[in-house]
Design a protein around this ligand. Structure first.
Ligand SMILES: [Fe+2]
Length: 243
């Protein structure tokens, strides 16, 4: 059960972006069906409101201190969040589903599918507070810009930690780029592989889109260096071959 935000005028974002809550009491909660890969009610759309995100910021003194320390304005980039939701986050969640479906049964039993799917949908939520000039910089980031960009995992965790997402999903959001933890956790591996495959095949301001074959060639390095389990990599390869 998620926390509830009561608001009389919550903007709901999603494929039909202009849809607006008409009821006077909008309840934000997590209602995804854990047994399917379909997004029955994309709860993240309910967080696509400046008012709701402002409340999430205000609910975390640690986040406020962090933003102040790094000199990040509490500027909410709703447009960027919308683009993420419609593209990368949904794509990553679908890719997690594709990987899972193509795993051998013995591997499937080790995966916390609900947590990985939820985390996939929210993993970059913290980018809503990353300055847009860093987020969309059409060139490599400087070391200090990298430091700010890397905070999106911690910011996402702080924003969502009281949202009702389960602890494992929150752990995955916080650690989806954590190189020290990736080799030892199959759930992070699935999220990390799906995230990077989608990022590589998407067109970004600082890079062209790679073909699936090019992306898989790049990602194979992580199998060779022991970061990604071969079963997970080949499950993604199988899914791509079926398309
Ligand atoms: Fe990320």
């Amino acid at each position: 059960m998620g926390i509830e935000f009561l608001n009389s005028n919550i903007q709901i974002f999603g494929p039909n972006k202009t849809e607006k809550a008409s009821n006077s009491k909008q309840i934000v909660s997590f209602t995804q069906n854990p047994d399917t890969f379909e997004i029955s009610t994309p709860a993240i759309y309910n967080f696509g409101s400046e008012q709701v995100i402002k409340k999430l910021i205000d609910s975390s003194p640690r986040l406020k201190r962090m933003l102040k320390f790094y000199g990040i304005d509490e500027k909410i980039n709703i447009e960027e969040l919308q683009k993420l939701i419609d593209g990368h986050l949904i794509e990553t969640q679908n890719t997690v589903g594709d990987i899972y479906k193509n795993l051998p049964p013995a591997a499937k039993s080790k995966i916390n599918l609900k947590a990985v799917k939820d985390a996939a949908l929210y993993h970059d939520f913290g980018k809503v507070l990353i300055p847009v000039e860093i987020l969309n910089k059409p060139a490599s980031l400087s070391p200090s810009e990298h430091e700010i960009m890397d905070l999106h995992t911690e910011i996402g965790y702080e924003l969502l930690k009281n949202s009702g997402l389960n602890d494992k999903a929150l752990f995955l959001i916080k650690n989806h780029h954590n190189k020290n933890l990736i080799p030892s956790d199959l759930d992070i591996q699935i999220l990390n592989l799906a995230d990077r495959y989608c990022a590589l095949t998407e067109n970004r301001p600082y890079k062209v889109d790679y073909t699936p074959k090019q992306a898989m060639t790049i990602l194979y390095n992580d199998v060779e260096n022991g970061n990604i389990d071969p079963f997970i990599y080949y499950a993604l390869q199988k899914a791509i071959n079926k398309k």
